[in-house]
Design a protein around this ligand. Structure first.
Ligand SMILES: [Zn+2]
Length: 382
C-alpha cells in the first residue's frame, strides 16, 4: 500500500516521478472501491484533514522543501489535489449509479420503484400520510366588502384604491375640512411622527376615511365618473365590541351632469336590497358631513326583526348604516381644472363601514373577533 515518503531530490524529474507514483496508487485503490463502506475508507485515507495522504504530502513535500524548491513542489501538490478531488467525484457518481442499478434488479425496476427505493434509502417513508396544509379563505370582512363592491360593479361602477398613509391635504383640506375645522379636532387622527417642519397640507397621517380617494380619482379622471372605493382606515379609537383602531370602509362617488338626490336615493336603495335582500327598506335622515351638502344618514330596516324591534336594532326597527350626500361644490373647486366645474357637474358620495356590514351579515356581535386571528372563529365563514 502506498505511503508518503520525504523527498530527497527536488529536481523536476524526481518530483514528476513522485507524483506519478502517487497517482498510480490513487487509481489502483479506486478500482477496489465497490461499496459505500469501502468508499468511506478510501475517502478517509486520501482526504481526511488530520492524516490523509493530501495532508501528508503537504507536510512531507511542501513544508519540508527548501525555499528555492517550494514553487515547483507547490505546483505539483496543487495538481495532485485536483486529481484526487476529480477521482473522488467520478467515483461517487459511479457508486451511486451502481447502487441504483442494483436496486433495479432488487425491486424489479420501474422508474417509480427506483424513486421509492431512493426515498427509502434517504429515510423518507412515503407510506406516511402527508402534511395537510389548509387552503386559505377570504376573511369575512373582505368577503362582505367584495360582495358589496360587486353590487356596485354590477351598476357600472369601477373600483378605485388609494394609499393608507395620506397627506393632510387629501384627508382633510381638499374634502372641505379647512385648517382648524372642528371635525379635525376630534382627537381621532393618527399622525405620522416628525412632520412638524412640513407645511400642514403635506404632513402625513393614517387616513381616517376612504374619502381622500374621491379627490385622487377626480384628479385622475374627468367626469363622468362612477367609482366604488374599498379600503382600510385608521382612527385612534379604543377597541371595544363596535370599535377598532383599524377598520374598513366602502366609499362611492358618482359625478355627471344632472345628478340629483333622487339618483343617490335610488342607487343606495337598490344596493341595500341587492345586498341584504329585496324586503329591506331604506330611510334617509338629514345629517352633516363637510364634503357633502345636503348630507344624510341612511338606515335600513332591521334585517333581523323586519322592523318590528329587537335587541340588534335596539327596538327601533332601523339600523344606521351609511353616510351620504351631494358632493359639496367646494370640493369640486379643488379639481375644477380637470372638468369639475360646480356650475356644470353635480354628484353624490356615500360611505359605509365594511366591518359593520360583515357584523350584520354574519350575525357577529363583537368586531374584535374579526381581528384577533382565531382560526376557529374565522373558518366558520370560509
Ligand atoms: Zn331588529
Amino acid at each position: 500500500m502506498y505511503t508518503v515518503h520525504k523527498l530527497a531530490d527536488y529536481s523536476p524529474t524526481a518530483l514528476d516521478a513522485a507524483v506519478r507514483e502517487l497517482l498510480s496508487a490513487l487509481e489502483s485503490e479506486s478500482r477496489a472501491v465497490n461499496d459505500e463502506s469501502a468508499w468511506k475508507d478510501y475517502r478517509d485515507r486520501w482526504v481526511a484533514r488530520k492524516n490523509g495522504i493530501l495532508t501528508q504530502i503537504n507536510d512531507a513535500w511542501l513544508k519540508a522543501a527548501p525555499p528555492d524548491a517550494k514553487r515547483e513542489v507547490g505546483k505539483r501538490v496543487n495538481s495532485v489535489r485536483e486529481e484526487v478531488e476529480h477521482a473522488f467525484s467520478l467515483l461517487r457518481s459511479d457508486l451511486e449509479r451502481k447502487i441504483i442499478s442494483e436496486s433495479v434488479t432488487l425491486v424489479g425496476g420501474t422508474l417509480d420503484e427506483i424513486r421509492d427505493w431512493e426515498l427509502k434509502r434517504e429515510g423518507v417513508d412515503i407510506s406516511l400520510p402527508g402534511i395537510r396544509r389548509p387552503i386559505g379563505a377570504e376573511h369575512p370582512v373582505i368577503k362582505a366588502q367584495n360582495e358589496m363592491v360587486a353590487v356596485f360593479k354590477s351598476m357600472g361602477y369601477s373600483v378605485s384604491e388609494g394609499p393608507e398613509i395620506e397627506t393632510d391635504y387629501y384627508n382633510f383640506e381638499a374634502l372641505n375640512f379647512p385648517p382648524n375645522h372642528p371635525a379635525r379636532d376630534t382627537q381621532d387622527t393618527l399622525f405620522i411622527a416628525g412632520q412638524q417642519s412640513k407645511p400642514l397640507r403635506e404632513r402625513l397621517l393614517l387616513r381616517t376615511h376612504t374619502s381622500p380617494v374621491q379627490i385622487r380619482t377626480m384628479e385622475r379622471l374627468a367626469p363622468p365618473i362612477r367609482v366604488v372605493i374599498p379600503g382600510k382606515v385608521h382612527r385612534n379609537d379604543a377597541p371595544d365590541a363596535s370599535h377598532s383602531p383599524m377598520f374598513h370602509q366602502i366609499e362611492g362617488l358618482a359625478v355627471d351632469i344632472n345628478i340629483t338626490f333622487c339618483d343617490l336615493k335610488g342607487t343606495l336603495d337598490h344596493a341595500m336590497k341587492a345586498f341584504f335582500g329585496s324586503s329591506v327598506k331604506t330611510r334617509f335622515q338629514p345629517s352633516f358631513f363637510p364634503f357633502t351638502e345636503p348630507s344624510a344618514e341612511v338606515a335600513i330596516s332591521c334585517i333581523f326583526c323586519g322592523g318590528k324591534g329587537c335587541r340588534t336594532c335596539k327596538q327601533g326597527g332601523w339600523i344606521e348604516l351609511l353616510g351620504c350626500g351631494m358632493v359639496d361644490p367646494n370640493v369640486f373647486e379643488f379639481v375644477r381644472d380637470n372638468g369639475y366645474d360646480p356650475a356644470k357637474v353635480s354628484g353624490f358620495a356615500f360611505g359605509m363601514g365594511a366591518d359593520r356590514i360583515a357584523l350584520l351579515k354574519y350575525g357577529v356581535d363583537d368586531i374584535q373577533l374579526f381581528f384577533q386571528g382565531d382560526v376557529r372563529f374565522l373558518e366558520q365563514f370560509a
